[in-house]
Design a protein around this ligand. Sequence first.
Ligand code: UD1
Length: 427
Amino acid sequence: MDKLVLTGGARLDGTVVTSGSKNGTLAIMAGALLGKGETILKNVPSIGDCRTMMDMLRALGVKCEEEGNGVVRIDATEISATEAPYELVKRMRASFCVLGPVLARKGYAKVAMPGGCDIGARPIDFHVKGIQTLGAYVNIDHGFVEAECEQLKGAQVYLNFPSAGATQHIMSSACLAEGVTTIHNAAAEPEVTQLAEFLTKMGARIEGAGTSTVRVEGVGELHGVEFDMPPDRMEAGTFAVAAVVTMGDVRIERIRPDDVEPFALKLRESGAIIEMTENTMRVRANSRPMATDIMTMPHPGFPTDLQQPFAAMLAIADGTSVITENVYERRFRYVNELTRMGADIKQDGRTAVINGVPKLTGAQTTASDLRAGAALVCAALAAEGQSEISGIEHIERGYEKMVDKLKSIGAQVGVVPDEQEKEAVCV
Ligand code: UD1
């Protein structure tokens, strides 16, 4: 596997444009299975996870073509297969969310149990309970979830935790159910609202998306539409941190202010200067960041996906910060790697105490998952000397052209083939 080589210390200065939202696009692609006729998605990010979802749609016998320039055409008029293969679901958890739409369209679906980033226990019980509440008979056996139901029926669904994925999955499935479904304690993540906007355009009747109660009135059929993928708030947050740790000045174009507010407020607390317009955010820092505490929560709380890049910033902050991870307990797997770069972090369970140090030093590190990769990139940008980051396939899953974008604003970064692997190939 290739490695990312980054020499820290360069001040980032310039403009980056965010790609389409990874999490929003994945949910929307699964939602496209509900419609007959062609759906044209624009601004689809060119990342590994979206390619996996496209492979999944094709595996279900749906027409799915990438046109280039972020345009993807999906025609789910025919869904000729009802089984989602393990090979694809193990690569990415979000692909599990084809279960409900295929079931709603075909009366039967069989999907392998999910995989994805290893960031802690990622059960599917809310998804399964939701589908069952809508009237499906569900059988879990030999690593597969099998669901059967001639016609889903609207129902009251309560989530024990406001899960983004379960809210999206149940909301989508309910669109073709008979009657009204209400999801209580629903997730209010922007990606839920984005999916609701998409489904509504397809003909669905949804109210309350973005609040804790989502109401879906089932309709007989949905149709294909054209839809622009919304901006990726996690990418915006990652570049914002990159600007702060290099004491830079970066304009991030294509953002939604409400979506980025939770982390923008935290950046301000740490001393960054943030200027926001309707669709841009300028992030500047003139001095070392100040320590600040972070507690991850469902939206509009601080997003768990940005906990890791923010930890890189807090590692060089003036003072002591406490991070409490309330969503995914294993999202601390970057701690040892940052420690190797000179960070002073003590982690126990869901809490990490970070004593900021004046500087980090470049080191060889490995990304264990997508956002851990983002944290290591941010740390390497701030560090003295050269860092090597292995495991960049994780970064490629979720960040479009990250290296090119970083280079365009002044980072000294490149991708090199892994020497060991080269040797192994030579032998
Ligand atoms: C999505 C995002 C991920 C983000 C997360 C939280 C995608 C592709 N991924 O993941 O980047 O970090 O939301 O904002 O959109 N849970 C259960 N049972 C379930 C489902 C979830 O117990 O059936 C728990 C999880 O273990 C976790 C919490 O609920 O502790 C939140 O998970 P959830 O919001 O579902 O995350 P994902 O949708 O998988």
